[in-house]
Every structure is written in C-alpha cells, then in structure tokens.
Design a protein around this ligand. Structure first.
Ligand code: COA
Length: 261
C-alpha cells in the first residue's frame, strides 16, 4: 500500500550513504519506488552491486559509487560522479555509520576516533560536498540518520552516542545557516530496527524484545519518515531531530548491562 502520493519523488535525485544494506537500502528502495533516481555509496563494491541489481529489478533508476566518507577527496569524487550520472542532486541522506558495542574501559583512542570519523566527520564531509557541488546555488534537502540515545546516556555506546549527538548539533546549525538558501536539514533517529547489522551487533540485552517481534520497527518505517522529510509536506520543517522508535528507545536505559560486553 502506498502511503504517499504516487511519484512524489519523480525527477528527484537522492544520494544515500550506506545505501546498500539495512536502513539505507530501505530508504533507497522507498525513494526509488516513489519515482526518485537513486545513487548509493559505501565502501564495499560487491554489496553495492547486489543492491543496485535489486533496485533495477524494481525498475528504479539506480547506480552506485564506492566511497569512504571519512576521506574528503573520495567525497569530492562521489559528488562528481553524481553530477556526471544524474546531473543534479535534490536529497542527501547521511545514513552511513560504523559501530560496535564496547564499554568505555575497552575503548581505545582509535576505537573512539574511528566511530566519530565515520559517523560525525563523514556526515560533515558529505554535507559540505553536497553544499559546495549542488545545494548552495539551488537549495536542497539533507536528512541525517541519528540515534535516540544521542540525547541521553547509554551503556556500551559512548562513542556512537557522542558521534550522533554531534550529528544532531550539526543538523541544527546547518539548518539555521542555510535556511535562507532553501536548504532544509533534519535528522531521523531510529531505535532498534529489525534485520539490520546494527541490531545484530548490539546484544539482545541492550535491545530487549524488539528484535523479531511482529510489531518491530522495519527499515521501511524509517524510510517513510525520511521520505516525509524529503517531501514538500515538510517544507517548513528544518533543524528537527525526529525520533522514530515508538518510545522503545527509552527502554535502553532500564535494561541491565550485559555481563560479558
Ligand atoms: N571493541 C572495542 N574496540 C573495537 C571493536 C570492539 N568490538 N571493534 C573495533 N574496535 C577498535 C579497533 O580495535 C581499532 O582500535 P585500535 O587500533 O586501538 O585497536 C579501531 O576500533 C578501528 O578498528 P578497525 O577494525 O581497524 O576499523 P575499520 O575502519 O576497519 O572498521 C568499523 C571500523 C566500526 C566500521 C567496524 O567495526 C566495522 O566494520 N563495522 C561493521 C559495519 C558497521 O559498523 N555497520 C554499522 C552498524 S550500526
């Protein structure tokens, strides 16, 4: 069943980092099904190829570009590839993230830095790249994928929570700076989402009973929120962080820490 009007994203170009798997693939699929041309980017070519095949099988105009968003030079190349392949960019979805569960006393400086580099610095690099190459002259739409726990404390995710809190702050600052340029910047903060690597990597104890239950959050639920923010229905929404977890994220605070994490 279509929730939105058919072809609501027709003639739009959407770039999604981490678009080959999980939530990113869900966003790419939904955007494409509503008419967008889709570019997905991540580090692993075989996974990108498979997802583009899946998108094309749904008659979606899709392509991929291998890119490590930590590398500003690689991001430059990605923007040039988008220009060459699609001619323009309307929506950037900063979805790529790296994560692992680790207690503070198990986190090395490089472990902390690695996650901040991917999540926060990668989002900065992509945002700057899209602004310089596309949005500063014609406006645009940026949607960052955050996490509910960025707004409170959570065990074994100090690195990811710090990075996501930085993304929330960047979201608000860019929204204010670029409001007059017709650039909207928002974030969606998903809780535990079924069938994602992120959920697999977090322990059962941390995510409670959400995984596998019939009413668990699906990638499509996150994608619908992203599509709403990308659409004109949200034309006066900017600088917002929308939590999409049906309040289950709050449960993370109550669950005992796993003894072996
Ligand atoms: N606990 C503690 N430290 C860890 C760790 C863990 N489970 N996993 C990685 N680290 C540390 C490493 O020890 C290293 O620090 P060191 O040099 O001090 O030893 C640092 O993090 C970098 O790890 P490395 O594997 O070299 O980095 P990478 O860039 O290849 O990959 C990730 C980093 C985060 C992307 C990796 O965990 C990964 O591949 N994850 C799968 C994809 C993913 O995260 N998906 C998103 C889920 S939300």
């Amino acid at each position: 069943m279509n929730i939105f009007a058919d072809n609501i994203m027709k003639d739009k170009v959407v770039l999604i980092t981490g678009g080959a798997t999980g939530i990113g693939k869900g966003i790419a699929t939904l955007m494409g099904q509503y008419g967008a041309s889709v570019m997905i980017a991540s580090r692993k070519q075989p996974v990108l190829e498979r997802t583009v095949d899946d998108l094309k099988a749904l008659a979606i105009d899709a392509d991929y570009c291998v890119c490590d968003i930590r590398d500003p030079a690689a991001v430059e190349e990605l923007m040039k590839t988008v220009r060459a392949r699609f001619g323009s960019l309307d929506v950037l979805v900063n979805n790529a993230a790296g994560n692992f569960p680790a207690a503070m006393d198990q986190l090395s400086p490089n472990g902390f830095k690695t996650v901040v580099d991917i999540d926060l610095n990668g989002t900065f690099n992509m945002t700057k790249g899209a602004f310089d190459h596309f949005f500063k002259s014609v406006g645009g739409n940026i949607i960052n994928i955050s996490a509910p726990f960025a707004g409170w404390g959570v065990a074994y995710q100090a690195h990811a929570a710090a990075a996501k809190a930085g993304i929330d702050s960047l979201t608000r600052s860019c929204a204010v700076e670029w409001q007059s340029l017709g650039i909207r910047v928002n974030a969606v903060a998903p809780g535990a989402v079924s069938n994602t690597e992120g959920l697999e990597r977090l322990s059962e104890a941390l995510v409670g009973s959400n995984n596998g239950s019939t009413d668990a959050c699906q990638a499509e639920d996150i994608a619908n929120s992203v599509l709403f923010l990308a659409s004109d229905a949200a034309r006066f929404i900017s600088g917002e962080i929308i939590r999409v977890d049906s309040a289950t994220g709050v449960d993370l605070l109550k669950i005992p820490m796993p003894a072996d994490a």
